[in-house]
Design a protein around this ligand. Structure first.
Ligand code: NAD
Length: 508
């Protein structure tokens, strides 16, 4: 790992607070990064403290005064160069993400590719931050709306996407003219450090003011600090629903803006009209990919009773072939969970589901032995259950797939929607009526609804996010950029009189 830290230029950085090229002193606690792959400590950083947090916010405010005046295409050009730098460092950053978070190497590279894609997207956006023009009801008047940056965007991110989710937020925010302060997950601080270093080098070469892209490091208290801070115009928070409710209450109390990307409880409906050669691999990848630690992981499979037995057998066979081991070795399908706490949550969820009447149809348990020395490797498992079980209603961030059955298609949609979360959903069917019913207003209530592909693996071009307890936010593609700007309506009178709207007379 030393050579990777060296290639990323962070082998000697032990400070977790940065305004760009400046790495700030702090008297904060020590924050160590442990790999779930082998339990090794990768490095230790000094956390941000109150004083260094204050310095970062001051610097960010000053930088905003300048950055918002840069023409958007010029900002886009700098972000294009970040994309180039990421292309050069993809292998190293992808490996660090994989080792620090425990996802497969392919997924680590995939995360960096997503960052590159969003840089390209932001470059395009830099010439497309369009506002509308309207016809005024008054003669010799012109009316239009334009979009201005908000100010400081605070980004709180989760461990499972240590770098990509930050880039979705920061590249869009920065192209819009905002400045960012990123509080990464305390479980993956090094990946964040590496991103900050890459951005800082590009910024230096382009004379971008210090304070446009900032990093702070620490746990929950630091996220809470940002949520309370009225100088942070928008808090974009990714993580558990518990966290999102707390952030929303705090930011709401000061009437600040929030963008929330929270937990999911995603289902695939497998109809009797499905192509099972597509449906089964999609379900398995969706359930075990990233060891069940994606917000879009498939957690529930709702299968038509006519094909239930066949699907169950195919799933058991597929699970029997899964290879669990070091995610940096491409031979393995499934890597570790993030930490022992996640392992406990996995064991507890299985026990709870069994107590509610559920049944395990595959092996489960924690793997032991030298290859699994971190204690974080678990067997992905499948449980037959009912959608109403309290365990099935909850998101457990682990590879547990609940198998449910239905008889009528309407009933399948009802089961799919009958959870508090509303992130991602899919239907597997070759029947046009079923597919369209699933996508209709009376169909899936999720932010993402797919046909004949699984619940995970979104592209950056679409708006990403979900409804209900998933928080309602939209990030990444489409017009998600509007979340990072404020809309201003302008009316200009170029005539020689002062007509009032609605024909109101006010003669002096
Ligand atoms: P978490 O909620 O424990 O932590 C996420 C981040 O929030 C961390 O940086 C943490 O320090 C911070 N935090 C925790 N409590 C806070 C508070 N009260 N105020 C401010 N900040 C606080 O989540 P996690 O375990 O890191 O990640 C897993 C969760 O994230 C899952 O629920 C998953 O579904 C969700 N997630 C959602 C999306 C999405 O786009 N919808 C994407 C990735 C992860």
């Amino acid at each position: 790992m030393k050579d990777i830290l060296l290639a990323l230029g962070i082998e000697e950085i032990n400070k977790g607070t940065s305004t760009g090229n400046d790495w700030l002193d702090s008297s904060g606690d020590r924050l160590s990064s442990f790999s779930p792959v082998d339990g090794e400590r990768i490095a230790t950083l000094v956390e941000t403290d109150e004083q260094s947090y204050g310095s970062v916010v001051d610097k960010a405010r000053l930088a905003f005064g300048q950055w918002r005046l840069w023409p958007a295409p010029k900002r886009g050009e700098v972000l294009r160069q970040i994309g180039e730098a990421l292309r050069e460092k993809k292998e190293y950053l992808g490996k660090l993400v994989s080792y620090e978070m425990g996802k497969s190497l392919q997924e680590g590279y995939g995360e960096v590719q997503e960052m590159i894609d969003i840089c390209d997207f932001a470059l395009g956006l830099s010439r497309q931050l369009y506002g509308l023009t309207m016809h005024s009801e008054r003669p010799a008047h012109r009316m239009y709306e334009q979009w201005h940056p908000l100010g400081i965007v605070g980004i709180i991110s989760a461990f499972n996407f240590p770098v990509a989710v930050w880039s979705w937020n920061s590249m869009l925010a920065m192209v819009c003219g905002d400045v960012c302060i990123w509080k990464a997950s305390e479980k993956t601080p090094l990946s964040a450090l590496a991103c900050q270093k890459i951005v800082a080098e590009v910024f230096l070469a382009n004379d971008v003011p210090e304070g446009v892209c900032n990093l702070i490091s620490g746990g929950r208290w630091l996220g809470e600090r940002m949520a309370q801070d009225h100088r942070i115009a928008l808090v974009s928070a990714t993580g558990s629903t518990r966290m999102g409710k707390e952030v929303a209450a705090t930011v709401g109390a000061r009437l600040g803006k929030v963008l929330l990307e929270l937990g999911g409880n995603n289902a695939i409906i497998i109809s009797q009209h499905a192509d099972l050669d597509i449906a089964v691999p999609a379900a398995v990848f969706g359930a075990v990919g990233t060891a069940g630690q994606r917000c879009t992981t498939t957690r529930r499979l709702i299968v038509h009773q006519r094909i239930y037995a066949e699907v169950k057998e195919r799933l058991k066979k597929a699970y029997g072939q899964l290879r669990i081991g070091n995610p940096l070795d491409e031979h393995y399908h499934v890597g570790p969970l993030i930490d022992k706490e996640a392992v406990n949550a996995y064991e507890q969820a299985i026990a709870n589901c069994l107590a509610e009447g559920g049944k395990l149809i595959t092996d489960s348990g924690v793997l032991e032995g030298a290859a699994f020395s971190s204690g974080c490797y678990v067997k992905p498992c499948i449980m037959e259950a009912l959608g109403t079980y309290a365990t099935v209603q909850k998101e457990t961030f682990a590879p547990i797939l609940y198998l449910l059955s239905y008889t009528e298609f309407d009933e399948a949609i009802k089961i799919q929607n009958a959870v508090p979360q509303g992130l991602s959903s899919s239907v597997m069917t070759l029947n046009l009526r079923e597919a369209e019913a699933f996508l209709s207003a009376a169909g899936s209530d999720c932010g993402i609804a797919n046909v004949n592909i699984g619940t995970s693996g979104a592209e950056i071009g679409g708006a990403f996010g979900g409804e209900k307890e998933t928080g309602g936010g939209r990030e990444s593609g489409s017009d998600a950029w509007k979340n990072y700007m404020r809309r201003q309506t302008n009316t200009i009178n170029y005539g020689s009189s002062l007509p009032l709207a609605q024909g109101i007379k006010f003669d002096l």
